[in-house]
Design a protein around this ligand. Structure first.
Ligand code: SF4
Length: 433
């Protein structure tokens, strides 16, 4: 039986004050070189953390209590209330899904048993990639390949610095390479106006070149680039305000490079028909591979989105937006989008899971809501049931899949609190159902 009240906290472990090689779960990069210290005031990021990591690891989570209809209760009562609601529901919607591999496995088991729908809060962005992958395929690379091989980085309309503050430090401006003792400087292109370039600095950074167009017109610039790469010159003097000569120069640079990598983050491409941008970039990468070598690198994947997509795929055979209401997995990325279902009055219970950041609060809903959330989670009203849960990699151990989908990393229990694992709470609900 689960001991929900097991004591934990400063002093339990580790013996030394410094905790090294800590993996960070607060964005899809899952940097695994952080150093933490713990004193009487709590955890502190001592080395290699960005502002997101500091906000995540150093956040205070003490004092949160389970609640039913806004009243404090013990966790057993909250689990009973959640179980009753799920039992009575004819179509529960399991959303948010900000959790680790164990957590998403437990959600899948519960959704299967209760006939529910599963969808991650960041699926809309992920589907900009899934749709291209499903229809035409693509040539993608990994963080490690990019770090060691890329000579040109082309950032496509994405605010990488904001989403992944250490990307340029850890992947682009690295002093060493596995392949040579004297790695050359790298050229970094930005396609799009107003993208934060503050992280693009250091000894490995060569030229930094911007093709400044409005983000909504990125598709025009990448289409012109694709045409130039294909050998079909663009007739106009400029495209979306960018001189054609600059687009042509980028095309020539890509063709002459040993390993250009096109980087984008789906959450940044939040404008109509953004999947066309992903599609065009994927196509031009394929064209570059006819005579040379090039690859794409999709970032994003914060809030455990990559783990959710991977586990849903290997357990149900489909990526996210799967319904178990018929008794078997039914996949439809349009029909089972939870925001759309809520807007259309579908579903009679929202079960929302967010264990990493308090920003991932549930959307407004006119149906009862169960929230399994990190303390301080942003709420629109009083949920029917609230159960505070721990953050994998801080309050308990776990495992998470990195943004490039090729590595799953262990997350350490840093002993910040005794908050329960989402997987344990969900398993207890499933058992009682
Ligand atoms: S870049 Fe991402 S994974 Fe790395 S320390 Fe910052 S939040 Fe954590």
């Amino acid at each position: 039986m689960t001991n929900w009240t097991q004591a934990k906290g400063p002093g339990d472990s580790p013996k030394s004050n410094a905790i090294t090689d800590v993996a960070c779960p607060f964005c899809g990069l899952v940097c695994d070189d952080l150093e933490m210290v713990r004193d009487e005031t709590g955890l502190k990021v001592a080395k290699n953390g960005c502002e997101k990591a500091v906000a995540g690891f150093e956040r205070k989570v003490d004092g949160a209590r389970p609640q039913v209809d806004g009243r404090d209760v013990d966790i057993e009562t909250a689990i009973r209330a959640a179980t009753d609601l799920i039992r009575k529901s004819s179509l529960p919607l399991y959303g948010g899904l900000g959790t680790d591999v164990d957590g998403i496995r437990a959600v899948m088991a519960l959704a299967d048993k209760s006939g529910g729908v599963v969808d991650h809060a960041l699926s809309e962005g992920q589907y900009r990639n899934f749709r291209v992958l499903q229809t035409t395929g693509w040539i993608m690379t990994t963080l490690t390949e990019t770090r060691n091989r890329a000579d040109v980085i082309i950032v496509v309309g994405s605010d990488i610095q904001k989403l992944h503050p250490r990307f340029f430090e850890r992947i682009v401006n690295v002093e060493q390479s596995l392949l040579t003792e004297t790695p050359a400087k790298r050229t970094v292109y930005f396609i799009g106006k107003g993208l934060d370039q503050s992280g693009v600095k250091g000894p490995r950074i060569g030229e930094v070149i911007t093709l400044p167009c409005e983000l909504e017109r990125i598709d025009e610039v990448v289409s012109a680039l694709a045409a130039e790469i294909k050998g079909t010159p663009v007739g106009a003097d400029s495209v979306a305000g960018v001189p054609t000569a600059d687009i042509r120069a980028l095309s020539e640079r890509c063709k002459a490079s040993a390993y250009p990598v096109f980087v984008w983050a789906p959450p940044s491409l939040a404008f109509p028909n953004a999947d066309l941008v992903v599609n065009t970039v994927s196509d031009l990468v394929k064209d570059l591979n006819v005579k040379g070598r090039a690859a794409g690198l999709a970032l994003g994947g914060n809030e455990g989105a990559i783990s959710a997509g991977a586990v849903c795929s290997w357990q149900s055979g489909y990526p996210l937006r799967v319904s178990f209401s018929s008794g078997k997995p039914d996949y439809d990325f349009t029909r089972y989008a939870i925001p759309k279902m809520l807007a259309g009055g579908e579903g009679d219970l929202l079960v929302w899971l967010a264990s990493f950041t308090p920003d991932l609060g549930p959307p407004p809903a006119s149906i009862p809501t169960i929230v399994l959330g990190t303390p301080g989670i942003k709420l629109n009203g009083t949920p029917a049931v609230y159960i505070p849960i721990g953050t994998p990699g801080v309050d308990h151990g776990g495992r998470i899949i990195r943004v490039d989908n090729v590595v799953s990393l262990p997350l350490r229990d840093l002993g910040r609190s005794s908050l329960p694992k989402a997987a344990d709470v969900l398993a207890a609900i499933e058992l009682a159902l």
